[in-house]
Design a protein around this ligand. Structure first.
Ligand code: GRF
Length: 190
C-alpha cells in the first residue's frame, strides 16, 4: 500500500506536532515527511531534533513572496498538509496547488473566536472574559481566509466559573491531542 505523506507546519511550541509524530510512529504506511516552521527559534524545531524528524525554517520571502516553500511542498508531494499551531495565512498559490489537502486546528468553536490575531492564550482569555460555559476545538480545511474553511470536526468541553484561561487552555489541548491525530488518520483513510 502506498505510504501516505504528511507535512506539518508550526510556529510555536509544537506539542501537537510531537503528539502527531508519536501517534503515527506505529502506523506503517504513514510518514511524517517534514515539519516546516516560520520561526527559527520555535521550540517545535527542538522537538524535531530530539525526535529525529526532518524540519526546516523558512522566512516570509520564502513563504509568500516567492515559490520557495511552494516548490518544497511540490517536491515533498504530501497527501496532507497539517497546520498545527501555525500563525501565518497560507498564500493562495499554495492553497490552489493543494486543494482540500490543507487542514488546521483552532482552539475554539469557530466561527467564534476566529480570525487574524486570535490564537493561543488570546482565545482562552476572550472565552473566559465572555463567561462562556463551553469551548472546544475546530479542525477545518484551510482556504484563503483565516479560519473560514469547511469544518471537519468540532469537539466541545465545558468551562466552569472557577476555570482560568490557563485551565481552559489545558482542557482544549487535551481535546487536540485526543482528536487531531485520529482525524488526520481518517482523512488519509489509514
Ligand atoms: C494549539 O492550541 C492549536 O489549537 C493552535 O495553536 C496551538 C499550538 O500549540 N492552532 P502547540 O504549538 O501544538 O503546543
Amino acid at each position: 500500500m502506498k505510504t501516505k505523506k504528511i507535512v506539518l507546519f508550526a510556529s510555536g511550541s509544537g506539542s501537537n506536532v510531537e503528539n502527531i509524530v508519536h501517534f503515527f510512529q506505529n502506523t506503517p504506511n504513514v510518514a511524517i515527511s517534514c515539519v516546516l516552521s516560520n520561526r527559527k527559534d520555535a521550540y517545535v524545531l527542538e522537538r524535531c531534533n530530539k525526535m529525529n524528524v526532518s524540519a526546516l525554517y523558512f522566512n516570509r520571502t520564502a513563504f509568500s513572496a516567492s515559490d520557495c516553500v511552494l516548490d518544497i511542498l511540490v517536491s515533498l508531494d504530501p497527501d496532507l498538509i497539517v497546520l498545527a499551531g501555525f500563525l501565518w495565512k497560507v498564500p493562495a498559490a499554495i492553497i490552489q496547488k493543494f486543494p482540500n489537502k490543507i487542514v488546521n486546528i483552532h482552539p475554539a468553536l469557530l466561527p467564534n473566536y476566529g480570525g487574524k490575531g486570535m490564537y493561543g492564550m488570546k482565545v482562552h482569555e476572550a472565552v473566559k472574559n465572555n463567561r462562556d460555559t463551553e469551548t472546544g476545538i475546530t479542525i477545518h480545511y484551510v482556504n484563503e481566509n483565516y479560519d473560514q474553511g469547511a469544518i471537519i470536526l468540532q469537539v466541545k468541553t465545558s468551562i466552569l466559573p472557577t476555570d482560568s484561561p490557563e485551565t481552559i487552555a489545558k482542557k482544549v489541548h487535551e481535546l487536540e491531542y485526543a482528536h487531531f491525530p485520529k482525524t488526520i488518520a481518517k482523512l488519509l483513510e489509514v
